[in-house]
Design a protein around this ligand. Structure first.
Ligand code: NAP
Length: 282
């Protein structure tokens, strides 16, 4: 297995192009051990970026992450998100403290506004500033922002400087962002974090073209779907896998290089957008 490829934040800090998601972890006490073990295995394999949110299992997923990173905090890059209703300066500070407690750490590497709500962006930026200054968070970002929201942010003083990424839905079935959002972020040297990269597991199911491409690489459809998401620089995929076999399989995807023929065949079955589509979300 080769070293995991990385992509860069505007600061120059390198992040692995494959991380780990945690949605639906922490919901069932009986699954706790397996989930912690899966995340720890992923860290061992280099998938050191872990994505979670205060929303997931009402804080339960953050607790799972806290357990998984205990004793190895410096090896991981922790991403968590706050609810839009917590996007005011005061509520952000309180939400951040609660997340820090559940994650059992003194800092969040990347703190994201989960989706846009009613709080003016200016106020959320002020909240980010305070948290950056007090070193509770190392970077700030957004999630589920379409190009118009990003443009609005960029018009605010320091808006773009503060926001280092946008986490959005992206996979073979959901290619809308290729039209405008990916180019917008690329132009500004900001990576995208692609969520649901295997469409919640659906792209792991047999599919004539995915299966044919997979066969040529001695790989699985899920691996091809993941290798496709991270085929170009500037995209980080965060598959969620509670099963060790899935974790290993996902890690293997980063070593695959899709050929021109593979990409053309995939384009036939999963067409590129032919115009602007509103951003799809979960
Ligand atoms: P996903 O990663 O596309 O799919 C997860 C599902 O696929 C799980 O059921 C998992 O099974 C299965 N799976 C994973 N690897 C597999 C493999 N190699 N073969 C077969 N099945 C496999 O979907 P997701 O959880 O929606 O997205 C990933 C992460 O993105 C989330 O966990 C979350 O952290 C983040 N996210 C963010 C937002 C947002 O609004 N910002 C929204 C949705 C998701 P097992 O668990 O049983 O292994």
């Amino acid at each position: 297995m080769t070293r995991l490829r990385t992509t860069k934040l505007p600061s120059g800090e390198a992040l692995p192009v494959l991380g780990q998601g945690t949605w639906r972890m922490g919901e069932n006490a009986r699954a706790r051990k397996t989930e912690v073990a899966a995340l720890r295995l992923g860290i061992d394999l280099g998938m050191t970026l872990i994505d979670t949110a205060e929303m997931y299992a009402d804080g339960g997923a953050e607790r799972i992450v806290g357990e998984a990173i205990s004793g190895r905090r410096d090896d991981v890059f922790v991403v968590t998100k706050f609810y839009p209703q917590n996007a005011t300066r005061g509520r952000m500070a309180a939400a951040c403290e609660r997340s820090l407690t559940r994650l059992a750490t003194d800092r969040i590497d990347l703190y994201l506004l989960h989706w846009r709500g009613d709080v003016p962006l200016k106020e959320t930026l002020a909240g980010f500033d305070a948290l950056l200054r007090s070193q509770k968070i190392r970077y700030a970002g957004v999630s589920n922002f379409d190009v118009e929201d990003l443009a609005e942010l960029a018009r605010l003083k320091e808006g773009l400087q503060r926001i280092v990424t946008n986490e959005v839905l992206y996979n073979l079935e959901r290619r809308g962002i290729e039209w405008d959002l990916i180019p917008w972020m690329r132009k500004r040297h900001r990576p995208i974090i692609a969520y649901s990269p295997v469409e919640e597991g659906l792209l792991a199911h047999p599919h004539p073209v995915l299966t044919a491409v997979a066969k040529r690489h001695d790989a699985t459809p899920a691996q091809i779907a993941l290798a496709w998401v991270i085929r170009e620089d500037g995209i980080i995929a965060i598959p969620k896998a509670a099963r060790a076999a899935h974790v290993r399989e996902n890690r293997g995807a980063a070593d695959l290089r899709l050929s021109k023929r593979d990409l053309e065949e995939l384009d036939e079955s999963f067409p590129q957008p032919e115009g602007k589509k509103p951003l799809e979300t979960r």
